[in-house]
Design a binder for this molecule. Structure first.
Ligand SMILES: [Zn+2]
Length: 268
């Protein structure tokens, strides 16, 4: 039984790969104030419809708008990628015409955008940020890291299932599933922060008005007020806004002191 308990504890610590950048921090007081601000703004809920059916002409207009932004971001992302000696420096930007929902994601090779996301990010800086954030996921290999963490959690959980079985308890594979889930959740929000952090550097290098980018999360909070409070695989929007505000200060400092515009990394 003691072994079972030990392994249970190990499950909460699972995850083999962690984010690598050293990002600016914010205080609890700053967090409380930003959360209050976003909650008050979200009282006027956004009327944006993310389930809209776009006509062919509307889709073409969205693609036409996104194309030059994607090109600019892609060049800046490739240059930053080389500077930090990463290897996944190019990604293809794909717009999935038939897909609904306010969504964008990176799969390791592509940066995928749903039309509603392009429509929602009406300010080009916001659209550029969404694309830069996804490029950052690919540059940092987050997809692979997350899969490693899910697998590690799953293996540990399955060992626990087997151990339980030797004690006469049939868990039905519950610990395996829990472990995989835990593996995904342990660092997921940190990876999101890391992609926001690197995304802002890409934005600054691409010549966008990067101090406006944190405002994207405030507008997302109006579209989806739950994300002001609920941390899932993604951090809450106030946390993202604050970390990005601090990153803007960090970039401003580097620009003022003519330092290289590269993100800070943890010492190896
Ligand atoms: Zn992300």
């Amino acid at each position: 039984m003691r072994n079972l308990l030990l392994m249970c504890c190990a499950l909460t610590l699972v995850a083999c790969v962690s984010p690598k950048t050293s990002r600016p921090q914010f205080s609890k007081a700053e967090y409380a104030s930003e959360r209050e601000q976003q909650a008050s703004e979200a009282r006027v809920k956004s009327d944006f419809n993310d389930q809209k059916d776009y006509s062919q002409e509307e889709l073409q207009a969205l693609v036409k708008r996104a194309d030059p932004v994607a090109r600019k971001v892609s060049e800046a992302a490739a240059a930053l990628c080389r500077d930090i000696q990463a290897t996944k420096c190019t990604s293809r930007v794909v717009i999935k015409g038939g897909k609904k929902g306010l969504n964008a994601y990176a799969d390791g090779t592509n940066v995928v955008l749903h039309p509603a996301m392009i429509d929602f990010a009406r300010d080009d800086t916001h659209l550029a940020f969404v694309i830069a954030h996804e490029f950052a996921h690919n540059i940092m290999n987050h997809q692979v890291d997350l899969m490693t963490n899910v697998a590690a959690g799953g293996i540990l959980g399955t060992l626990l299932d087997v151990a339980a079985q030797t004690q006469g308890v049939n868990t039905g594979g519950a610990f395996g599933k829990l472990g995989a889930q835990q593996g995904q959740l342990t660092y997921s929000p940190e990876y999101e922060h890391e992609a926001d952090y690197i995304g802002l550097y890409i934005l600054a290098r691409a010549g966008y008005d990067y101090p406006k980018a944190p405002g994207f999360w405030r507008s997302m909070s109006r579209a989806n007020p739950d994300s002001i409070y609920i941390k899932t695989t993604h951090p809450t929007n106030p946390a993202r806004t604050l970390q990005m505000n601090k990153t803007v200060e960090e970039i401003n400092y580097k620009k003022a002191h003519r330092l290289a515009l590269v993100p800070n990394f943890q010492p190896r």
